[in-house]
Write a protein that binds this ligand. Structure first.
Ligand code: F6R
Length: 617
């Protein structure tokens, strides 16, 4: 959470910093700020609220922390967009935070900031903000005697927790220093068009300017000047680092004519589903040998654990259903923040699959580390290449879904589910539960799904109509059974996340054990019924809520015959075999949530209180 950027070069930096911050705003938008060198002095402009609401008007007024500053010509600076952890969203808690000699932007959490603060107060320092970050600034100042590297090394030896820091030191007016542990940080290399160099929390932030970057690892220090980038380890030894190049285009990180990133990303699903599976299928069969998940390895595992947070965990529930149903292997699926503290029973005979779009989620990372400690093999299903989870896992399956900018996950969830199919087929085949021929049949059916998803995107009238019926509700329920229950969870999360309507998902058969008392004519119910063996049972439950006044939106197969009196609005899905319905079903649920949020006028891509990358537990 929080995004950091920096630029030093031959061009004015403020527009570059603001533009790069806009691309990082998905990481948090409680406040934003920049700090630049002005004739050797550090000037800071920062404000509560989103970039366009607080920071940009401030800069346009030429206002900084103390003076009036014309922000048009400075060439070295750092910037930050914040998701508040320590201290409420406010101007004073915004980054950059500095004291005239040292100024920093920070992504992460300093766990031992209280002890450091006490020490610094004893040493005569006073504090203005409630942030943990201010302790790092003051500690850097305490150790800074004209040698920035020495100060950084001493501070890194004392602070505990996760951090990526961009630092300006008075006396070095064209240089940005950077260091990291856990939180992500890259160093971008400029070119003839943009002479200069960058830092950023992710590559998408600076792709407008360059595609070449270095990945900073824990304990590495970067010294970024207009015409050079140098790396040192924490003992001051020079490092040679590999220059990487992004292999996707900047258009992937832009809205491309859609009103919101979320809508664009929903529309990208047919193409990313097709391309992501293509690289994992060889000769008609799933193939993960490239990442080390061979048939022999799969056969050596007796149990499977799937761990993730939010939508990623929901994808894991589909995975459990498939792995157990087809592969007949025992699978535990859990929320990472719970699992990591539940003393899970796993050992060297097990495989722990962690799922994470960002590859940075703190609880998922901790779950992965725990699984490794217990001797289990770890497999990460991750979207962001080179992310912390990807690097920490024994094996990685990259989702190749392209950048997902909207905070609300859509295409990443769909591809996570798709990867669950491929893994489940690979396991089922390796365990000898199906023949290669049967597996090829499954794969051929999977390959048809992108086309079916495309069909769902052709006409949005039904989703808009359903949205117009739920947009004024104060609360609603999503119900389903089996795989449909897993999809209800995902649909409910999407809706509450972006429309702010309270919603719960419930196993349809469990309603009458308590929850049905919530049903009134003001409580709409979204019922998902796609699983042939369970549809009649679900329809009985739908009739129970209908009889108590609920308005029912039924999401079901187009060919399914269902008593018209059982529902108010019907959303039809194209036909596929039962096990493949999740990838189809998720699309109308995403769009119902999307249009409900649009009709209620919420900030779809940046819903309140959230951030895309959750690097705190
Ligand atoms: C919901 C959503 C979140 C994420 C969760 C895990 O729309 O996006 O629930 O799925 O925060 O994030 P990753 O996958 O990055 O670990």
């Amino acid at each position: 959470m929080c995004g950091i950027v920096g630029f030093t070069g031959q061009k004015p930096c403020v527009d570059i910093l603001i533009e790069s911050l806009r691309r990082l705003e998905y990481r948090g938008y409680d406040s934003a700020g920049i700090a630049v060198f002005e004739n050797g002095t550090i000037r800071t402009a920062k404000a509560k609220g989103k970039i366009n609401e607080g920071l940009v008007p401030l800069i346009n007024r030429g206002a900084d922390d103390l003076h009036t500053t014309d922000f048009s010509h400075q060439t070295c600076g750092i910037g930050h967009t914040r998701w508040a952890t320590h201290g409420e969203p406010s101007d004073v808690n915004s980054h950059p935070i500095g004291n005239g000699r040292v100024c920093i932007v920070h992504n992460g959490i300093i766990e031992n900031y209280r002890e450091i603060k006490e020490f610094l107060i004893g040493a005569g320092y006073s504090f203005e903000s409630e942030t943990d970050t201010e302790t790092v600034v003051k500690l850097l100042d305490y150790y800074y005697d004209g040698d920035p590297i020495e100060a950084i090394i001493k501070v890194c030896a004392e602070i505990k927790g996760a951090y990526a820091l961009g630092i300006l030191f008075r006396g070095f007016p064209d240089t940005i220093y950077a260091v990291k542990k856990e939180s992500p940080l890259i160093v971008g290399k400029g070119n003839d068009e943009i002479p200069g160099n960058f830092i950023a929390s992710d590559v998408a932030a600076i792709m407008e300017y360059t595609k070449d970057y270095y990945l900073l690892e824990a304990g590495e220090i970067a010294i970024i000047r207009p015409d050079s980038v140098n790396f040192l380890d924490i003992h001051r030894r020079p490092l040679h680092k590999e220059l990487r190049t992004v292999d996707w285009d900047i258009s992937a990180a832009k809205k491309g004519g859609y009103e919101h990133f979320m809508l664009k990303e929903i529309h990208e699903q047919p193409s990313v589903l097709a391309s992501s599976m293509a690289v994992r299928i060889k000769n008609g069969l799933p193939d993960f040998s490239e990442c080390g998940l061979t048939r022999e390895k799969i056969n050596s595992y007796s149990r499977f654990f799937i761990v993730g947070c939010g939508s990623a965990m929901h994808a894991g529930i589909v995975g459990k259903n498939l792995l157990e149903g087809l592969g007949r292997v025992p699978v535990t699926v859990d929320i990472a923040s719970e699992w990591r503290y539940n003393d899970p029973l796993l050992d060297e005979h097990d495989l722990c699959i962690v799922i994470s779009q960002s590859g940075e989620t703190a609880d998922t990372l901790a779950a992965l580390k725990l699984a490794k400690e217990r001797g289990a093999d770890t497999l990460a299903v991750v979207n962001v290449v080179g992310s912390t989870i990807a690097r920490a896992a024994d094996m990685v399956i990259y989702m190749s879904a392209g950048p997902e900018i909207s905070v609300c996950s859509t295409k990443a969830y769909a591809v996570q589910v798709e990867m669950m199919y491929l893994i489940a087929f690979a396991v089922t085949l390796a365990k000898g539960k199906i023949t290669e021929e049967k597996c090829r049949e499954y794969i051929a059916k999977l390959q048809k799904l992108p086309e079916l998803v495309s069909q769902l995107l052709e006409d949005k009238t039904d989703y808009q109509y359903a949205a117009s019926h739920i947009m004024n509700a104060e609360s609603l329920l999503y119900i389903g059974r089996g795989l449909d229950y897993a999809l209800s969870m995902e649909g409910s999360l999407k809706l509450k996340e972006i429309s702010y309507i309270h919603s719960e998902s419930y196993a349809a058969g469990e309603l009458k054990h308590g929850t049905i008392s919530l049903i009134t004519e003001d409580t709409p119910v979204i019922a998902v019924a796609t699983q042939t063996a369970l549809i009649d049972k679900t329809v009985s439950n739908i009739k129970e809520v209908k009889a108590r006044g609920a308005k029912v939106v039924l999401v079901t197969r187009e060919t399914q015959k269902i008593d018209e009196k059982a529902y108010d609005i019907r959303v039809n899905l194209p036909e596929a075999a039962d096990i493949f319905m999740p990838i189809i079903t998720c699309v109308p649920l995403q769009l119902i949530a999307y249009y409900t949020a649009v009709q209620r006028g919420t900030d779809v891509d940046m819903p309140r209180n959230l951030a895309k990358s959750v690097t705190v537990e």
